[in-house]
Ligand binder design. Structure first.
Ligand SMILES: [Zn+2]
Ligand SMILES: [Zn+2]
Ligand SMILES: [Zn+2]
Length: 267
């Protein structure tokens, strides 16, 4: 079981893959057929621990598998970036943590995420009388605007960011003056987002692939944004099957590296 007790915040990458996951179903390309475990990319999510507290950013369709793989001991807070299936479809499995912890779990979301999740998971947010007796997740949703709020040992700030025709959220968690920013889905570096990551100690940002995509940054754009912002450490995530990890690792310039499932670091 992974330890949550260290006083220094630690990030564990539960998934570093794009919405399909890698390997893709039915694909036999070099990356999907690779034996390098870093080329197996579950849907994007991170688990952040500090002083016994554990925050989960996004709850992917692979969450159950991720929780079993890493023996995640608890979930004290959930942050959801946006209501796309690859970021929220594991929510039903949160019920196990309600049982283990004998408590409901707060979830922090921006307004558009709350609206989307309310439609997709009406039995969690607004159960009918018949649904109230079901074994269903107990989650208290908190809409976060631009204000900074305390989430366990972290000061959390969020920013709405462009994600093609949709929107997503960048989350910043600060602890003792050090900041980690997570934004797995982003199509464009707005001025506000550039300012949001400026000087951050660690940023993990969308870097889907080299070819352009309406909803995502290219690897080149993501790397350039992190370098320009002077981040101490950067990672690309939400990666497609276009490029194997080993080749990414060789070509990414410091301080940027590629995330992979199971990567863990302090910030
Ligand atoms: Zn996504
Ligand atoms: Zn493939
Ligand atoms: Zn998305």
């Amino acid at each position: 079981m992974i330890s949550t007790g260290s006083k220094t915040p630690r990030v564990l990458v539960l998934g570093s893959g794009t919405s399909t996951g890698v390997p893709l179903i039915g694909c036999r390309c070099e990356v999907c057929a690779s034996r390098d475990p870093r080329d197996c990319r579950l849907r994007s999510s991170v688990y952040i621990t500090c002083g016994g507290f554990a925050a989960l950013i996004d709850v992917s369709p692979d969450f159950r598998q991720q929780a079993l793989r890493h023996e995640l001991p608890r979930v004290d807070a959930i942050l959801l970036t946006h209501p796309h299936a690859d970021h929220v479809f594991g929510l039903d499995d949160i019920r196990r943590y309600n049982t283990l912890q004998q408590a409901s779990i707060p979830a922090y979301v921006r307004d558009f995420t709350f609206r989307g999740v309310s439609r997709m998971f009406s039995y969690i947010v607004a159960p009918t009388e018949a649904q109230k007796g079901m074994y269903r997740p107990q989650i208290e949703f908190h809409e976060t605007g631009d204000a900074t709020v305390d989430v366990g040992p972290f000061s959390m700030t969020s920013l709405e960011i462009p994600h093609g025709p949709a929107r997503s959220t960048a989350f910043k968690l600060e602890h003792q003056g050090r900041a980690f920013v997570y934004a797995p889905d982003c199509s464009e570096m707005s001025d506000a987002f550039r300012a949001f990551i400026r000087g951050a100690d660690c940023v993990m940002l969308d870097g889907l692939r080299d070819r352009e995509h309406a909803g995502h940054l290219t690897i080149e754009n993501s790397v350039a944004a992190m370098r320009e912002a002077g981040v101490r450490r950067g990672f690309i995530t939400h990666i497609s099957h276009d490029i194997p990890h080993a080749r990414l690792e060789q070509r990414l310039p410091p301080p940027v590296a590629a995330a992979y499932d199971g990567l863990s670091f302090e910030w």
